[in-house]
Design a protein around this ligand. Structure first.
Ligand SMILES: [Zn+2]
Length: 467
């Protein structure tokens, strides 16, 4: 093996992160090359120190050690903060004023996956940055030096920062499901200092995820939480994904509140102190969210899906809040503007603890359109963007009304439908929303017809998945 250059498996250099299957497409040598190349970039920007953390996966400590080797070989000092959630790593970059950060995490993926989320300075490192890293490694375009590694524990400062924004109110009873993910590291440090009663499920960090898959956007993964909420009569339940940057929630009746429903509550709250502010939501969000932001005096901005894209847009326009259907939510009114699900949970508690009504009541008074969840279906990588372009071409020819900020979001009679290509998988993503069931069926037919003309068929099970 030539150690002067490094070739990555083609599949691992993705839009928002580097990720693959350990032992198959991701090896220690990849981690070393990422460290060496990222470190080189940091130095060439005049930086010298990078914060590094890793999640609870079994492969994470080994990949972290190799990544540290690469960083120090490029002459960069490493602040190793150990086993942490992804937002704790983001926090560390701010706290230590580091010149960048790397989190080794497979997020919500199966146990055999792992990957790397990166920050250059205080900005997301993604898209063309990741392609450039791959190209530099392929040429062995590396600096050489002798950096040092220092271990630091950031937990006390991190939890203190989160708790700073907690507003006292009525005492709540809450069930928390960390899903054996990395939030298990920080959950006690927060809930033990909160008023009320707290039941923590699956707290032990365990990279085999014995209880359920750590992805709160899949209803099956919330069943244990719903059961506990009902059994203990909790006010609400909170769930996290494997690395703690996405939130899920259920009300006291054990019903799911999706990302766009939670965003309505957070938007109203933020707009109280930031009247007229622009609030960003991704193209998958319900029309209800955009309408409610406007009704609360804010300026709704529909933007592309993708946590790195949204974070960048938010920083660019100075928006105090942004959120995605997927549960990535970003507060920049009093927080750093990165996606920290535990912080989001505290902001939800502030709202519920200071309201007369329950979370279930708040959910019930929201407008209730009929919509599908996110529908995902296979489409080859070399075909997916073309399909969207073909559909767009036909819509233009028909004079249809649509937004093309990310795929096409078509305004149709009584609702809308979305078709976009996933940036990360060989998948097309769709969603439909209408005032009533008949309207939804009509929109689903429109979507099906639009796809059929490009030779794509909606799988049968997707059309049954309304909620
Ligand atoms: Zn995640």
């Amino acid at each position: 093996m030539n150690r002067n250059v490094h070739q990555f498996d083609r599949s691992v250099l993705r839009e928002y992160d580097i990720r693959g299957v350990v032992g198959r497409t991701i090896h220690a040598a990849d981690a070393r090359a990422i460290g060496r190349t990222f470190g080189t970039l940091v130095r060439r920007k005049g930086g010298k120190r990078v914060a590094l953390g890793y999640d609870g996966r079994l492969s994470s400590p080994g990949l972290a050690a190799a990544c540290v080797e690469g960083l120090t070989a490029a002459g960069v000092d490493v602040v190793n903060i150990g086993l942490v959630s992804t937002p704790m790593l983001y926090f560390a970059v701010y706290h230590f004023d580091a010149d960048g950060g790397i989190q080794i995490t497979g997020s919500h993926n199966p146990p055999d996956y792992n990957g790397f989320k990166m920050m250059m300075g205080k900005k997301s490192f993604f898209g063309s940055d990741i392609q450039m890293l791959g190209a530099m490694a392929g040429k062995g375009d590396w600096d050489t030096g002798q950096g040092r590694e220092k271990s630091r524990n950031v937990l006390p400062e991190y939890t203190a920062r989160l708790l700073k924004d907690v507003k006292p109110g009525k005492k709540l009873k809450i069930a928390w499901d960390t899903g054996n993910g990395a939030v298990g590291v920080s959950i006690r440090g927060v809930v033990d200092k909160l008023p009320g009663e707290h039941i923590v499920l699956n707290e032990n960090v365990d990279g085999t995820f014995p209880a359920h898959h750590p992805d709160p956007t899949v209803p099956a993964n919330l069943e244990q939480l719903m059961t506990e909420v009902r059994r203990h009569g909790c006010d609400l339940g909170i769930a996290f994904d494997g690395d703690g940057d996405r939130i899920g929630a259920v009300d006291g009746k054990g019903r799911i509140l999706w990302g766009d429903q939670l965003m309505v509550l957070w938007a109203r709250d933020v707009l109280k102190s930031r009247p007229g502010a622009t609030i960003i939501a991704d193209v998958k969000a319900s029309q209800v969210l955009f309408d409610e932001i406007a009704r609360a005096g804010g300026r709704p901005l529909m933007f592309k899906t993708g946590h790195s894209l949204i974070k960048s847009k938010m920083a660019e326009i100075g928006a105090p809040l942004a959120g995605e259907m997927s549960g990535h939510v970003f507060f920049a009114d009093t927080f750093f503007g990165f996606d920290d699900a535990l912080y989001c949970a505290l902001r939800l508690l502030n709202i519920v603890a200071n309201a007369k009504e329950s979370l279930a009541d708040m959910r019930d008074v929201l407008p209730q359109p009929v919509n599908t969840p996110e529908l995902r279906f296979d489409c080859a990588d070399d075909r997916k963007f073309a399909v969207v372009e073909e559909v767009k071409g036909r819509l233009l020819a028909q004079g249809a009304k649509f937004s093309d900020i990310d795929g096409v979001r078509v305004s149709s009679k009584g609702g809308w439908w979305l078709l976009r290509a996933s940036n990360t998988q060989p998948v097309l993503v769709a969603r439909c929303e209408a005032d009533d069931r008949a309207g939804l069926d009509r929109l689903m037919d429109e979507l099906e017809t639009a796809l059929a003309a490009s030779g794509v068929k909606l799988p049968d099970e997707t059309s049954a998945g309304h909620h």
